[in-house]
Design a protein. Structure first.
Length: 141
């Protein structure tokens, strides 16, 4: 008569199926590759990417980009699209401490935003940047 080995006690052997870790099924070999992360393609109707200008202080900001000019003053934003703009002008304030930017609308209306330059040397950095960006979107001639 042969003896059977004793049954293993609890805790020995492979875990019951309900406790086994879940294995995610492998994708079929013919599945298309998933796209990787990369630059987001431009959306239809969105302005094309291009140079941007930003001057900002505690209260005000001027943004010039592919869509046009935006003034932010005391929490309010006014946006001017390039087709609405007749011209854009800029200069230093009389005391030399701020950038003054003016947008003249096609119908002749005039809008202005003043951005304080701190330190004052920042004003001299803003002038060539603003000239270059405006020249890109509104070439003279």
């Amino acid at each position: 008569m042969s003896e059977q080995p004793p049954a293993p006690g609890p805790g020995f052997g492979p875990p019951p199926p309900q406790y086994a870790p879940h294995q995610a099924p492998a994708p079929p070999p013919y599945a298309p590759a998933q796209p990787g992360y990369g630059p987001v393609p431009p959306q239809p109707g969105a302005p094309a990417a291009g140079p941007e200008f930003l001057a900002v202080d505690k209260r005000n900001a001027v943004v010039v980009d592919a869509s046009g000019v935006v003034f932010e003053m005391y929490g309010l934003s006014v946006e001017f699209r390039w087709p609405e703009i007749r011209s854009v002008h800029y200069k230093a304030s009389p005391n030399g401490r701020a950038l003054m930017v003016a947008v003249i609308h096609q119908d002749g209306r005039f809008y202005e935003c003043v951005v304080e330059a701190k330190p004052r040397t920042r004003l001299q950095e803003w002038f060539p940047q603003l000239a270059w960006v405006l020249g890109h979107y509104r070439p003279a001639g």
